[in-house]
Design a protein around this ligand. Structure first.
Ligand SMILES: Nc1ncnc2c1ncn2[C@@H]1O[C@H](COP(=O)(O)OP(=O)(O)OP(=O)(O)O)[C@@H](O)[C@H]1O
Length: 854
């Protein structure tokens, strides 16, 4: 079917070789141009040409062009489509290429290849008419009386109309397509529809090759029918889907479908299947009180309506999961046996008599009255003295689970009461989860603002926590069965409202002897077990333990001590393990390793393994147990960390030892003073608080007012110590903030030493508040301070007279080793601090008693 009339395409056409896709006349296609030959065509013809003719090219399908134009031109498909390049877009990424938008005009046959490079050009023969298409009626006429072509085209048109009607498109679009279909000449319909419907490249190529119109109709009609059938099937399945939805809904709602019994149990715990139904079941089975159940069901209803992709879905889901998890109606029965509790507490902890007695009283009352809304016990003491450990023992005694919540770093009440539902961090919900357990709440110093708002101590308050409501769950929960025990390093940072609701039990630091006992009864056996060692393998004598305590640790508790013992165990474990390895390698016959005896320790001491039973190694000590003496100790732990430095530092006037209390226990503190020419200024350094600064001024004033009495002089020998002199008072460990009045007596002693040029006794430490009149007032933390002095090797401790009663708390062995001076005024302090006393000219102790005449 050649065309002799109408619009003609050029007889010479540049050829674009494509591999993917087939351009059919009447359709538009995007073609990517990458090969060298095609690129040349675009550059030299399409981009350079200016006439309409220059934009017409021949597209030859199904031809993969080689990458380089030097290679031979492949065999070309004989029929192609002349197309109009509507758009050319160039890009450099990922490699230079063009994208062409081409509209197919008509078929052509390659008559003769004119040239191959840089792009092929061919003499072509146009196969389709481009103009003067016949109208549908003319088409029927042209088809002849037999009308086979007419019949075909009619069937084709009807199928096309049916197809357009079945498309899943909006009504206006369908109407538009329909109009287009009516306006198009019938002979173009096969090409246009073949490019529209789902067809493979092979099928499209067949359509392209069908030059005769009749053949083209015949080739395309089955493709069209296939598409229609496919759409029909699709529509059928879509019609089924609403039923399916109903079915799923019925299952979700726990409904029953006719003919099949669906039960939720059948689904099991399949989360993907229908997890809201499972959740609903759990909510109903959680035994929660009515108000909580109502809230849960309401949330569940909301959850069901939410799409899973919604962020709130996860929040609500988490909330419901937590509500279900809470032990609403679960409780444990306390198994209380006071005798067993006493045995357990004693076996778990050495010393701590006062604390253990109070705990037993508490447990005894609980045994008699199980609904005791007793006080919350709060153990206060330095770190590592066993506060948490006692809490754990109480839990064991009661048969409750133990859980520890550290409130360190919690500084917002919403961390206690929870946030709104958008946040999930909530301590109370944690507490609720562990309800009926014993809880040890660690009130760390930085929890100052914790529980400060008036209602937030409700968590701990036994009078209020039966209906505790937090911000997250927002439903009342009974916390009254939770047994709280609080621990803290200092009461100073616990808010008064909370402190008022707790019974504070002080846990003091340990003496050296107590530590030795704790180490041998608890820490060493525990560490041996932790490291897989036995007492037959490692022995730490008491002397060594004492060395560890005095030379490697300085603490009120026993945590560092336990760590050091752990370090020894690790070192020994290596030796033991090495020994094992040697034993294994030596399992070979003794003759094969005649030099075995030279292998050192591993071989040396292994009893019963000496070759031939010779007693050559009899002089060497046995391999096991490894005994840690002071040489081994130094080898494992390194040089001593702490020294008894008191005497060494008191070699100049103007230095004295004070006793301080910190949340970490008692400590000794060297106070230093120096003077220089100046204008009578007092400089204080060492991060002192206001109270301590005031104490320094008090001490200075008292000494100035009593300078004559004690013959104190300034640098030039004048009677006012401050005249022409500047004083500097320093409290070492300058990075640590210090405050409190108890360093008053030490400051007076230091300054008295400085002004008198006399040395303070090197074995004295002191504590006490002073007044302007020279009285010594009582201070706190005496036990910890005295223990610190004892640890540091001090022999004499000066304390306020009114603190004498506190000496009873000090273990007898420490009391025996220390000389206590109880002072009620500064004169007594100075007399005790200096060798030979500190007599002044008008010292009331040395002057005759003057009787008042008034
Ligand atoms: N009297 C004791 N008898 C036996 N072991 C003890 C004793 N005191 C402390 N310990 C041991 O010391 C270690 C530290 O104790 P624990 O954790 O209870 O200290 P804590 O006082 O709670 O410290 P913190 O204030 O830092 O929380 C534990 O291994 C504990 O068993």
């Amino acid at each position: 079917m050649s065309s002799n009339s109408g619009i003609q395409i050029p007889s010479r056409l540049p050829l674009l070789l494509t591999h993917e896709g087939v351009l059919l006349p009447g359709s538009t296609m995007r073609i990517s141009v990458e090969t060298a030959r095609n690129m040349h065509l675009v550059k030299n013809r399409l981009l350079k040409g200016t006439s309409l003719k220059s934009t017409i090219i021949g597209v030859i399908p199904n031809t993969r062009d080689p990458e380089h134009d030097t290679e031979d031109l492949p065999t070309l498909h004989s029929i192609g489509t002349a197309g109009l390049a509507v758009q050319v877009v160039g890009s450099n990424w990922p490699k230079p290429h063009y994208t062409l938008l081409i509209t197919g005009l008509c078929r052509f046959r390659v008559a003769q290849l004119l040239k191959e490079g840089p792009f092929p050009v061919a003499e072509v023969e146009q196969l389709d008419k481009l103009e003067q298409y016949t109208s549908p009626e003319e088409m029927s006429e042209a088809a002849g009386p037999e009308g086979e072509l007419g019949e075909l085209s009619k069937r084709f048109y009807q199928a096309a109309v049916q197809l357009v009607g079945m498309l899943d498109m909006s009504v206006p679009v369908v109407a538009k397509l329909r109009r287009l279909l009516d306006s198009l000449p019938r002979e173009t319909l096969p090409d246009v529809l073949a490019s529209m419907i789902h067809t493979s490249n092979k099928e499209k190529l067949q359509v392209l090759d069908a030059v005769s119109l009749e053949e083209r109709f015949k080739k395309t009609l089955p493709l069209l029918t296939r598409q229609i059938e496919g759409l029909k099937l699709l529509q059928k399945t879509r019609k089924l889907r609403p039923d399916d939805n109903k079915r799923v809904l019925a299952v979700r709602k726990g409904g029953v479908l006719p003919g099949h019994q669906f039960s939720l149990d059948e689904e099991g715990e399949d989360e993907d299947g229908d997890d809201t139904a499972v959740l609903e079941r759990k909510v109903k089975g959680a035994n929660m009180p009515q108000p909580a159940l109502r809230v849960c069901l309401k949330e569940l209803k909301r959850l069901k309506k939410m799409p899973q992709s919604m962020p709130e879905y996860a929040l609500t889901r988490n909330y419901l999961d937590l509500m279900v998890e809470l032990p609403w109606s679960k409780s444990t029965t306390d198994c209380l046996d006071i005798h067993a509790a006493r045995v357990l507490l004693d076996s778990d902890h050495y010393a701590m008599e006062k604390l253990k007695r109070r705990v037993l009283e508490y447990l005894a009352v609980r045994q008699l009255k199980s609904t005791l809304k007793g006080p919350i016990l709060c153990f206060v003491g330095p770190p590592g003295v066993g506060k948490t450990s006692v809490g754990r023992s109480i839990a064991r005694t009661l048969g409750r689970e133990f859980h520890r919540i550290a409130l360190g770093g919690v500084c917002d009440q919403s961390d206690i009461r929870g946030h709104t539902q958008c946040k999930c961090f909530y301590i109370c919900s944690c507490i609720m989860k562990y309800a009926f357990l014993l809880l040890c709440v660690n009130c760390a110093p930085n929890t100052e603002s914790l529980l400060c708002p008036p209602d937030s101590h409700q968590v701990l308050d036994p009078e209020q926590n039966h209906s505790f409501t937090d911000h997250y769950l927002n439903v009342a929960f009974d916390l009254s069965q939770v047994l709280f025990i609080a621990t803290a390093n200092s009461t100073a940072t616990i808010p008064p409202a909370l402190l008022d609701r707790m019974e504070v039990l002080q846990v003091q630091g340990y003496t050296q002897e107590e530590k030795v006992e704790i180490a041998h009864r608890h820490l060493i056996p525990h560490q041996l077990e932790q490291h897989g060692l036995t007492p037959q393998q490692l022995q730490i004598p008491q002397d060594t333990t004492q060395d560890i305590i005095s030379k490697y640790t300085r603490e009120a508790g026993v945590r560092s001590l336990e760590r050091k013992i752990g370090a020894i165990c690790r070192a020994v474990a290596v030796k033991v393990a090495e020994g094992h390895t040697v034993t294994k390698s030596e399992a070979a016959p003794a003759e094969s390793t005649p030099q075995g005896a030279e292998h050192g320790e591993g071989k040396r001491g292994r009893r019963g393994e000496e070759p031939d039973g010779v007693s050559a190694d009899m002089a060497a000590p046995p391999d096991m147990p490894i005994v840690i003496d002071h040489i081994a100790l130094k080898d494992i732990l390194g040089p001593h960390v702490f020294e008894m430095e008191v005497s060494e530092r008191l070699t100049l006037p103007g230095v004295a030892v004070g006793l301080a209390w910190t949340p970490l226990g008692g400590e000794i503190m060297f106070v230093e003073a120096s003077r220089m020419e100046g204008e009578g200024q007092l400089t204080l350094t060492g991060q002192l608080g206001d109270v301590m600064k005031e104490s320094a001024h008090l001490a200075m004033s008292w000494l100035r007012s009593n300078a004559k009495t004690y013959q104190l002089t300034n640098m030039v020998g004048g009677s006012d110590p401050l005249e022409g002199t500047d004083i500097h008072l320093h409290f070492p460990a300058g990075a640590v903030t210090k405050d409190g009045p108890s360093a008053g007596v030490t400051m007076v002693t230091v300054l008295a030493s400085l002004f008198s040029g006399r040395l303070v006794r090197s074995d004295v430490a002191m504590t006490g508040e002073i007044t302007l009149r020279g009285l010594v007032l009582p201070v706190g933390g005496i036990k910890d301070k005295v223990l610190a002095a004892h640890r540091a090797g001090v022999k004499r401790v000066i304390i306020p007279k009114r603190n004498e009663k506190d000496l009873e708390e000090i273990p007898a062995n420490v009391r025996v080793e220390l000389d206590f001076v109880t002072a009620s005024n500064l004169d007594e302090v100075l007399n005790a601090a200096f060798d030979g006393g500190f007599p002044g000219m008008s010292n009331p102790l040395t002057l005759p008693h003057i009787v008042s005449k008034l």
